[in-house]
Design a protein around this ligand. Structure first.
Ligand code: UFG
Length: 325
């Protein structure tokens, strides 16, 4: 297939591009490099630019008849979204609508959207299935939920088919170590622990030990980046076969606490990893675990790297290579 990957130079996008190109697809990446790295784009044509640029989008869609678009170009920091909602609504919502309008103009019908567990806010129950109410508690979560609504309406009005994939905690790296996770600033637990193991940080922080969980730290559902990307690939193939629009929650269905993740990282790296206690981070639910039954049954999706140690091992392989250890 011919696929446009928007935000293909970022963490999840670059792993997606690698998988699509390994599968033999023809891939074009559009990325403004506001947070991604051009050198992470392997096996695709790279175009430097943003989805707010209507003329550029028209040129790309006119040049190549894409079978589908995957959209990873959004801002993702919950705390920043509270401080700067305009930045989040403009990029994550307004610019996404600009991209969708270009697709409609050029008759490109298949769209895969990076959504998030943050659309569920403080969950009423776990594991969280697709029937759980959407009740975001920050502008980041709202921005993603709004696009899900836009997509629903664009399907009805313009026949644009989409799959919204609600990621829980994406983690890990390409098993061959070609690319990995690099955010700036880094805010995610596993890379921060690995940077500490690699000696790039003195210590890692534990945000709250007084949650209503067995060891008092937050529980999350970590999903290997390769498994996450595999779901995108299946979702696009499903749309290409003529399936209806859909939304899926993507996780392993296993929750691990911050303490359990720290233990796993210590075991995999064989490093002590100093940690210090810090206050709760605003807006962190105690427990976020996905019910991915629907993705398994409808898409035939089945995570291969469900083991947390495997996820950490692949991320550590990349971290060592990246740090020159
Ligand atoms: N944590 C720490 N110390 C750190 C960093 C994180 O204790 O230095 C804790 C957090 O409080 C949380 C857990 O580790 O309990 C995981 O935190 P991450 O920042 O790695 O991931 P989040 O669960 O906060 O974020 C993920 C996605 C977001 C998305 C969110 C949905 O990365 O994009 O889930 O709630 F918005």
């Amino acid at each position: 297939m011919k696929i446009l990957v928007v935000g293909g130079a970022g963490y999840i996008g670059s792993h997606m591009v690698l998988m699509l190109s390994d599968q033999g697809n023809s891939v074009v990446v559009l990325d403004d490099l506001s947070s991604g790295q051009a050198e992470a784009v392997l096996g695709a044509n790279f175009v430097h630019g943003g989805i707010e640029n209507t003329a550029l989008l028209d040129r790309l869609f006119a040049e190549k008849k894409f079978d589908g678009v995957m959209h990873f170009a959004s801002f993702i920091q919950v705390g920043e979204s509270v401080q700067q909602p305009a930045k989040y609504y403009r990029n994550n919502v307004v610019n996404t609508i600009n991209l969708l309008d270009a697709m409609v103009r050029h008759g490109v019908r298949n769209f895969i959207f990076s959504s998030t567990a943050a659309i569920f806010g403080q969950p009423d129950y776990t594991p969280i299935d697709e029937a759980h109410p959407k009740q975001p508690i920050n502008p980041y979560g709202h921005s993603k939920s709004m696009v899900e609504q836009v997509l629903h309406d664009y399907d009805l009005a313009y026949g644009l088919k989409s799959v919204c994939l609600r990621y829980f905690n994406a983690a890990g790296a390409d098993p061959e170590g070609r690319i990995g996770e690099r955010h700036n600033p880094e805010t995610h637990l596993i890379p921060l622990l690995l940077q500490t193991a690699a000696g790039r940080r003195e210590y890692a922080q534990v945000f709250g030990r007084d949650y209503d969980t067995p060891d008092g730290t937050c529980i999350r559902d970590y999903i290997h980046i390769v498994d996450l990307c595999a779901a995108h690939s299946l979702a696009l193939a499903d749309l290409a076969r003529g399936s209806e629009s859909a939304a899926y929650n993507l996780g392993n269905g296993n929750g691990f606490s911050v303490r359990q993740v720290i233990d796993a990282v210590r075991e995999v790296t064989n490093k002590p990893i100093p940690v210090v206690d810090a206050p709760r981070r605003a807006g962190d639910p105690a427990r976020l675990v996905a019910d991915s039954t629907l993705a398994r049954s409808k898409l035939g999706w089945s995570p291969v790297y469900a083991d947390l140690h495997k996820i950490v091992a692949h991320a550590w392989h990349w971290e060592k290579k990246h740090t020159g250890l």
